[in-house]
Ligand binder design. Structure first.
Ligand code: ATP
Length: 282
């Protein structure tokens, strides 16, 4: 973990506004950050509950240490931290908040090309993470934020891990896992690597095309793996181009090596996006 002091902020430059969300460690506020150039920029401030013990505070800051290593247009940027209590993580604000609720409330204003654009943008972020040897482990619509009508960003790195060259996967220990998003090898052996991220990304694309409907609604967590082992997969979303569903289905190949990589997904999604835009014109 790199030194954090270069990211330390003067708390007096951070102004807290309304609460906009609830994180697992504490409230998330909207706010303002005054830069050295005396510019005021809108930010999101994650706070850690005052009574958190040292281990919890470390886990809270861990996400910031991970985020500070990334610089990508579709990954929420870390601005800095205030590491004394009350601990604050200051991030770029995604104006429209969570993608799931955005998809649900703008269902009638969002065309197919925009949905495909979101999937494409996320694939560029995930391809960037893959090139940095990071596995995200929690790719899901709930972890995507909306910055503008035509811009989404990956916003949650609570579970992401760096995997060294000689490790082929990360073995998760205890803890709750998002079963309905997971690849079979993640459910059965708690194995995580870029190919299991690809499976999760397929589920995330499905959620986008379904306007924020969760996968396997009404199915018990324990029953999902049986369905997957039997060859069952999430169904074709209404209006989903067959070419896109074929790509999602490839992400859900039982054998990890048969799944595409993020570089390939990025290229295919770009083609599908251009094709959809062309059809809109015709
Ligand atoms: P969990 O691990 O349970 O997902 P968390 O502690 O990682 O929670 P987040 O999910 O990242 O917290 O944040 C909680 C909520 O705060 C989000 O669902 C979103 O509504 C809001 N939020 C977080 N970061 C931002 C941001 N950069 N811009 C706008 N809203 C944000």
């Amino acid at each position: 973990i790199p030194a954090s002091h270069d990211y330390e902020l003067d708390r007096l430059c951070v102004e807290l506004g309304d609460i906009i969300g609830q994180g697992q460690f504490g409230d998330v506020h909207q706010g303002w950050f005054r830069t050295k150039e005396a510019e005021k920029i809108p930010v999101a401030v994650k706070t850690c509950k005052l009574d958190a013990d040292a281990a919890t505070r470390d886990r809270f800051l861990e996400e910031a240490y991970i985020m500070q290593q990334f610089d990508h247009p579709h990954i929420v940027k870390l601005i800095g931290i205030c590491s004394d209590t009350p601990i604050w993580i200051v991030m770029e604000l995604a104006k429209y908040g969570e993608m799931r609720s955005y998809l649900q409330s703008h269902k009638h204003a969002l065309d197919l090309a925009t949905l495909i654009l979101y999937a494409f943008q996320l694939s560029t972020a995930l391809s960037y993470l893959e090139s940095k040897k990071f596995v995200h482990r929690d790719i899901a619509a709930r972890n995507v934020l909306v910055s503008a009508q035509d811009c989404v960003k990956l916003g949650d790195f609570g579970l992401s891990r760096w995997i060294s060259e000689d490790q082929c996967y990360y073995k998760a220990s205890k803890g709750k896992l998002p079963i309905k998003w997971l690849s079979p090898e993640s459910v059965n052996f708690r194995q995580f690597n870029s190919k299991s991220d690809v499976w999760m990304f397929g589920v995330c694309i499905w959620e986008i095309l379904m306007f924020g409907v969760k996968p396997f609604a009404g199915v018990q967590n324990n029953d999902v793996i049986g369905k997957i082992e039997n060859g069952e997969r999430l169904p074709l979303p209404p209006n989903c181009p067959p070419r896109l569903y074929a790509l999602m289905s490839q992400c859900w190949a039982y054998e990890p090596s048969k799944r595409p990589g993020f570089q390939q997904l990025k290229e295919s999604l770009y083609d599908i996006l251009i094709e959809e835009r062309q059809q809109q014109k015709d």
